[in-house]
Ligand binder design. Sequence first.
Ligand SMILES: Nc1ncnc2c1ncn2[C@@H]1O[C@H](COP(=O)(O)OP(=O)(O)OP(=O)(O)O)[C@@H](O)[C@H]1O
Ligand SMILES: [Mg+2]
Length: 328
Amino acid sequence: MTSSGDQGRSLDSGEGRQRQTSIRPKPEWQTNETKGMSHKPAIMLEGVSRQFGKQEVLHDINLKVHSTEIFGLLGPSGAGKTTLVKMVAGLDEPTRGKVYVSGVRMPALRMLGEIGYMAQLDALYLELTAQENLDFFASVFGLRGHQKSRRIHQVMELVGLTVDRGKLVSAYSGGMKRRLSLAIALLHEPGILILDEPTVGIDPLLRKSIWEELQALSRQGTTLLMTTHVMDEAAKCHRLGMIRGGELIATGTPMELISAAGVSTLDEAFLHYGEVKKGPIQGGRGSNPGTQDERMRHSHVHRRHPRKGRSIDSEVPVQDPTKGGNGE
Ligand SMILES: Nc1ncnc2c1ncn2[C@@H]1O[C@H](COP(=O)(O)OP(=O)(O)OP(=O)(O)O)[C@@H](O)[C@H]1O
Ligand SMILES: [Mg+2]
């Protein structure tokens, strides 16, 4: 796991700044989907692999992200996180397998209005001001008149850039560019929000208020798929997919992943599932009774079976962190 400089594992601190949370109606497809169909996945990957030349960088990924969930992809540099989210955003295609967003096979042009995507590398017009960038992207997304100016004002307040909106983006710092990219991804209030390392270079206070907004968006019906290296951020996701060397090595809530591995931190859990992938489990550690195999069976954690190379899904639930401290 790389440490991302000042982000590292620094915890959010201080009071959240005043912010304007947008209340928006759920898109029609989501309203229908959540009516008695809350388990229908908003995002689904079936046997997805991606090859560049001779190198296969994603191997047989099977994943479901449910509607209104905040799903985090956690993994070290080069694991394949960006490659995966780009395919969900419809910007790339799998070499094998299928990607669906809201039941629609991707890539699909008509889904682009439903998806907000914040790339890992900022895609901004450097020679324009922030305001001009926002005007441009808002128009691309079909926002007009009062709705457009209201929305631009809201997202700029959220990312704390209102006073800098007239500056050229070329004069922005790295963190300011990240914040502007996030503002642009949020502009058209998409039903699916894909964020590739959204808070890199953003200070803890602002990160806290951005997280509050992401959680509010999830409550209002948005599905979020994000990538991160940062453990304290991963712990706030409703569910996580741990990815290493192009393989999804485990999925579950942060609590489930920790508990089933018999460890006390996500860091340790990540190392544990990495080891599990390499070979049979050798036995438990810590004071929990039973072997690690037994703990894995008694959780909702999905992991790759070390020998058969397939996911296993077990029955007995452990504590649901989204109802406790983790999901906030
Ligand atoms: N267009 C490309 N052509 C060739 N190889 C690529 C391409 N894009 C990604 N890769 C390779 O795929 C692997 C996964 O890259 P990816 O960017 O998905 O990793 P990541 O998990 O997002 O890493 P980071 O945390 O550093 O952003 C890397 O080995 C990378 O070199
Ligand atoms: Mg990446």
